[in-house]
Design a protein around this ligand. Structure first.
Ligand code: 9D3
Length: 247
């Protein structure tokens, strides 16, 4: 998959390649990352990429023409939908990432300042996407989140132990708690069942913890699931042992 990023901070975006999964994906040619800097597509002597907003008000707005120059260059190098990262977008989620992961190309447009000239969005943007309802300083970190998530979804990028990911019966649930050596730290012991060697019992305990934590912390996720009889029983038991207004 080829991902092209329109950005005023290409070094920042390329730094995702310095670590872990994304770096490995690029080395294996599972992912090709290119950046296009609107600054390189300015035509005035000051190389201005931003200007004051019509109508007044605080902050600056990214100019149409440098963005257009960078985007048209990217489009010559790559196909695929044009996604603008912005606080006004639809919230990013795993189903959207799964859909993009099957494409051969994607073009990400990142903004700085107050945003970009609306006419660029009208003319060129297919989808507007946000990370969520909080403020960050620009779209680059959002693009890096997307690049990381897409690298993980490319065939052959994750090793077996990493890609085991979530077993089908854990999908849609929060993870169960994890423990490693030693058996006791500062008086806190590893739950006895995990030391028992009884794999069926361990699997039931983990499922119950996953169900209980999802019920506690993310009831919205639980509502979307169809629990089987065993899962319903485990959750009922968890609720009895851990009443709602406790811990
Ligand atoms: C005063 C109104 N603000 C918009 C909600 C101003 C503003 C905040 C942050 C304008 C631009 C930005 C820069 N943010 C992004 O480019 C961005 C973003 C974000 O701030 N939150 C969540 N997802 C994203 S994706 C891109």
């Amino acid at each position: 998959m080829q991902i092209d990023v329109i950005t005023l901070f290409p070094e920042l975006v390329h730094s995702v390649l310095d670590f872990g999964v994304v770096g490995r994906a690029q080395q294996q040619n599972s992912l090709q990352l290119k950046t296009w800097n609107p600054r390189r597509f300015t035509r005035d002597r000051y190389q201005a990429v931003d200007d004051r907003p019509y109508g007044g008000g605080p902050g600056m707005v990214m100019k149409f023409e440098p963005l257009q120059g960078a985007l048209l260059a990217a489009k010559e190098a790559n196909a695929g939908p044009v996604v603008y990262l912005s606080p006004q977008g639809k919230r990013l989620d795993q189903p959207l990432l799964n859909a993009w992961a099957g494409l051969s190309g994607l073009i990400l447009v990142t903004g700085r300042y107050e945003g970009i000239d609306e006419r660029f969005i009208e003319a060129y943007v297919d989808q507007e996407v946000s990370l969520g309802d909080y403020v960050i300083s620009g779209g680059e970190l959002a693009a890096m989140v997307i690049i990381d998530a897409l690298a993980r979804l490319q065939p052959g990028v994750l090793g077996n132990s990493e890609s085991a990911g979530q077993d089908s019966f854990m999908r849609g649930l929060l993870d169960y708690p994890h423990y490693t050596r030693p058996e006791e730290v500062e008086g806190r012991r590893v739950p006895q069942v995990l030391l028992s060697g009884d794999h069926a019992q361990i699997a039931r305990w983990r499922m119950q913890q996953a169900l209980g934590r999802t019920w506690r912390r993310r009831p919205d996720l639980l509502e979307r699931l169809e629990l089987n009889r065993e899962q319903q029983r485990l959750l009922q038991q968890f609720k009895k042992e851990n009443p709602e207004n406790q811990d």
